[in-house]
Ligand binder design. Structure first.
Ligand SMILES: [Zn+2]
Length: 451
């Protein structure tokens, strides 16, 4: 079995005690963490197949980007400064209608490289552009080749939505079953597929029930945008007479298997319902600020014991995939919103990105911390830079100082995806050249004029 020793680093374990070992070491055997220790690595471990010197670096668990839309990589910057519904009409829908599997593959690959460069080792992609069903396969193929952990939440809408993206219930089920049969467990178990109903106003009660019944049989989760903007909650009140979380509870499908993306416009009762049913919230602060959607009541969720994970959301509304930026934004947004500087500490935010992210991803026992027996998904971040030094507390530096440009090494399942800031699984420059070409022809087909 292949072994790698990572030594002399500051080990930010994000374990239950949030231990930080300065210095410390991590031994990787195969795809698992075999040892985590404080101080200098014992001489016997230095016979490992590979030894990585992490001096002046933080070693942290790979983060989970618990919500994105990778196809939007080419759309970023195209419709800045608009609220959600106008943004959809101006940028997302015209380009998405012209998307081919090749576009989807290249957009996803650029987006995955960006995720890795930002310290994410697991990504949940809410993918709802099925104008060609092979788009979904192309995106899964990119994830398999990149080698990170990947959950395709296959998006769907069967009412009210843009007609190019709506599907019949039978097609939604058949396609998701097909994708699951094709991709579930591929990449040594790193790739999974589940249902991703898009938004309450685009999903009928019947298909919500039907897809949820299938998910239960699979033991899989359900990934859905809820209460992102006030107007969407008003639409639900008008149409169904209930707010978004009430609607899910009334359908009998609110539970720990439900990932509630955004969850901005919630009332007290909805916060209580989420806590009672053990559902998971995925907070996307940069997107919520970018689209002027609002501020999710994250501290109140956490006070109620709700699991709150973090996501970037799609690059169309962020405009990056940088989880390190999301860490800092999360802390700052809630401090200023509550006028309480203590409301979220760096350790809390790291917990959200790693441990709560692992819950949202459905693998809390396998990923999310540097502990013996867990998967060897970890990230080395350079702290010896003018941006971060002197480092008094590594969790603080990781949340408030460093950026994606400081991420040095990324490992998933014990394999290096990036080393010394170089992506190892492809020629990054060639990918960017290809992306520029593909993007230009996509915009021509979509009739999008960039002013
Ligand atoms: Zn989204």
């Amino acid at each position: 079995m292949n072994t790698t020793l990572i030594e002399n680093g500051t080990i930010v374990t994000v374990d239950d005690e949030q231990r930080v070992l300065t210095p410390g070491y991590v031994l990787v055997e195969g795809d698992r963490i075999a040892e985590v220790g404080a101080g200098t690595a014992p001489a016997a471990l230095r016979t490992a197949d590979a030894v990585i010197d992490a001096s002046l670096m933080a070693v942290m668990p790979g983060m989970v980007n618990a919500h994105t839309h990778l196809f939007q990589t080419f759309i970023r910057g195209l419709a800045d400064d608009k609220p959600l519904l106008e943004w959809l009409k101006a940028a997302i829908w015209p380009v998405a209608q012209a998307l081919t599997p090749e576009d989807a593959y290249v957009a996803a690959m650029v987006g995955l490289v960006e995720n890795i460069r930002g310290g994410a080792t697991a990504v949940i992609d809410h993918q709802y552009i099925h104008t060609d069903p092979a788009n979904d396969d192309a995106i899964c193929r990119a994830a398999e080749e990149a080698g990170l952990r990947f959950l395709l939440a296959r998006g769907w809408a069967d009412t009210n939505y843009h007609e190019a993206f709506m599907e019949t219930p039978d097609r939604i089920v058949a396609e998701t079953v097909r994708l699951r049969e094709t991709w579930q467990g591929r990449g040594d178990g790193r790739i999974r597929v589940e249902f991703g109903p898009l938004i309450p106003w685009g999903c009928t009660d019947e298909t919500m029930q039907r897809t949820h019944d299938i998910s239960k049989q699979w033991g899989a989760g359900t990934h859905i945008h809820v209460a992102e903007t006030r107007i969407e909650v008003e639409m639900n009140l008008e149409e169904r007479g209930s707010r978004h979380i009430e609607w899910l509870a009334d359908l009998g499908i609110l539970g720990p298997d439900m990932q509630l993306i955004h969850s901005v416009w919630l009332d007290e009762r909805e916060l209580d319902l989420i806590a009672e049913h053990g559902a998971v919230v995925v907070h996307c602060p940069v997107s919520n600020m970018y689209l002027a959607s609002g501020v999710a009541r994250v501290p109140e969720m956490r006070d109620r014991g709700v699991t709150v994970a973090l996501g970037t959301d799609g690059p169309g509304s962020n405009n990056s995939q940088d989880m390190l930026e999301t860490l800092k934004t999360t802390a700052l947004l809630h401090k200023v919103n509550t006028l309480n500087a203590m409301v979220l500490l760096p350790e809390d935010v790291l917990w959200m990105a790693c441990r709560s992210g692992a819950v949202a991803f459905g693998e809390p026992d396998r990923i999310g911390s540097l502990e013996v027996g867990k998967k060897a998904d970890l990230v080395l971040v350079d702290l010896d830079t003018p941006l971060a030094m002197p480092v008094h507390r590594a969790p603080s530096a990781l949340v408030y100082n460093v950026s994606a440009r400081d991420v040095d090494t990324v490992m998933v399942d014990g394999k290096l995806l990036m080393r010394g800031k170089e992506i190892l699984f492809l020629d990054e420059k060639a990918l960017l050249d290809q992306a520029r070409q593909v993007c230009q022809t996509l915009f021509e087909r979509g009739g999008v004029v960039v002013e």
